[in-house]
Design a protein around this ligand. Sequence first.
Ligand SMILES: *[C@@H]1O[C@H](CO)[C@@H](O)[C@H](O)[C@H]1NC(C)=O
Ligand SMILES: *[C@@H]1O[C@H](CO)[C@@H](O)[C@H](O)[C@H]1NC(C)=O
Ligand SMILES: *[C@@H]1O[C@H](CO)[C@@H](O)[C@H](O)[C@H]1NC(C)=O
Ligand SMILES: *[C@@H]1O[C@H](CO)[C@@H](O)[C@H](O)[C@H]1NC(C)=O
Length: 300
Amino acid sequence: MRIQIIFLLVACFLIGSCEAFLKQKNFTAKTVVPSIESLRNQEWIEIFRDDFDGDKLETRYWTARNKMTHTDWEQQLYIEEDAYVENGNLVLRTRFNPQIYQPTQRLYNYTSGWVDSSEKFNYMFGYTEARIKIPKVVLDDPIWPAFWSIGEGTYWPNGGEIDTMEMSATWNPDFLPHIQGTYHWGKDGDQCHACGTEFPYYLDFSEYHTYTTVWNSTQIDWYVDGILYRTNVNGTIYEKMSSPVDLPHYNQFLIINDALWGEPIPNPQDYPKYMYIDYVTVLQTRETYESQRQQQSSIA
Ligand SMILES: *[C@@H]1O[C@H](CO)[C@@H](O)[C@H](O)[C@H]1NC(C)=O
Ligand SMILES: *[C@@H]1O[C@H](CO)[C@@H](O)[C@H](O)[C@H]1NC(C)=O
Ligand SMILES: *[C@@H]1O[C@H](CO)[C@@H](O)[C@H](O)[C@H]1NC(C)=O
Ligand SMILES: *[C@@H]1O[C@H](CO)[C@@H](O)[C@H](O)[C@H]1NC(C)=O
């Protein structure tokens, strides 16, 4: 009983947040056609969209983190000046810009940009897509751009981590840039160590590409430019996994950032680098959208 009440409160909070977002932001949820052909036979409602068409970051949707580190071993300090809107894009700049991080007195030679929608927009289940041009990458480059989401109001990785896109050169045997889709869950996220799946086809990284996940209660699918390259069905043990996939049942918020992997130390001549994000959109099937609205009103 107690658990049920707690569950209802949590569900109310979580499910309520999307609707609250729509009201607060004056964002009109509308029916749209997803760009992926095989999904066109369902009705989809767009519940979030940013085309970055203004002259500054829309702070009702996003927070640009300032003087934030992420993990100790990464080489960048996030500062808000390195996340800005220009020419219809969100731009994340990674540059040689030495700074002392006061809390630890550590010198960070590089600063970069991180934006997230925590406490502003989060959702459970949907079609999540961004059109992104990743930074120019040199052989063995530590640059590590990502478009991902984690659970709101819970500890990592309890709420799951869906990496719709992450790119690295340095962690690949050939030290060349490869895109991968990744999912983390479980006690320490270690149920899925190194279990990202690489997009297996050639991509011209001087161009924009669309990166998409489609997440429901039983499955997540990963796409690049509409090409499906990874599927995780709940309860399945895939290669390199130590336990069955347990899909997130928490609302997730979006993160876009451009990190520097712990090694090698970059060459300042290779920087600054720029990651360009043309749009971010989140759609839900009408069925999911309506049932979450209903649940919300029956709880309220
Ligand atoms: C939302 O739109 C309505 C109608 O255009 C307007 O009256 C209201 O002030 C807007 N609210 C916000 C928060 O922008
Ligand atoms: C920071 O940059 C300076 C100047 O290029 C270099 O001497 C130093 O080793 C760098 N430190 C780190 C931690 O990369
Ligand atoms: C989740 O998506 C997959 C792939 O589109 C579909 O086969 C499955 O039926 C969906 N599950 C639910 C519960 O809607
Ligand atoms: C997903 O799989 C996990 C692990 O097998 C299981 O514990 C969980 O109940 C499943 N969730 C759903 C919604 O079926």
